[in-house]
Design a protein. Sequence first.
Length: 285
Amino acid sequence: MKPARFEYHSPSSLDEAVALLAAGGSDSRVLAGGQSLIPMMNFRIAAPSALIDLNRISELTYIKDEGSVIAIGAMTRQRAIEFSPVVAAKLPLLHQAIKLVGHLPTRTRGTIGGSIANADPAAEIPMVLQALEGEVVARGPKGRRTIPASELFHDAMSTALANDEILVEVRLPVAANGSGCAIEEFARRRGDFAIAAIAVVIQRKGESCEKARIATAGITSHSQRLRTAEQILEKQGLGDAAITAAAEAAAKSVEPLTDRNASADYRRQLTQILTERAVKRAAKK
């Protein structure tokens, strides 16, 4: 199929892109990697009146080490993140997750900002943003604003970004010394969207758990933190009984999706299994 008629704009600066988006109204869409938007347009699930293509805006492509935070431009390709020594050394959870995103052509074209702004429930990068308690920077006609991960995702493919805002930067805290992380994912085939995935970050203090962060992908309508499970680990530690209790709490706390890939009950069971596996792996680091 072919998309409905639309206007195409290819700005060379962020200021120009923001102005075009504001002028186009609520029917305009921003084009990053296009891995999701273009197929949706071809099937006429999406029919924007105008596309603002960000691919010529070089100022949105970078990976910067700012000390306690790694700042990544929204148009940075997933493939560049995959091979970044800075990401490998200081954001090990993202380094693990990026290898699970689609296939080589997907990662070569796809961008970190596009994945987050699209907010697909099964995407790995929004899950990482949640688990790391990161934030994004948005730019609109009124200037820049920062949105924490906890406030960004509202529902499937729905975020706190306004219609006239462009996601321009992703900010992720550097992994703390001695912390461990792990991702457990279940998909039909490697590279497919996750039927269920869990990301875990653990900061140990001796035998106790100083901090636990657990986030989902593919399980509910949008990526979310499993706070009850986190609290169990922080109070009870990282023994087998506490990990089992946290995994059971994780399964009880979610409202899983039912679709052609899996039932809600199956996803609930996967939540428990994957949480237990991921916590045990992260706690060993």
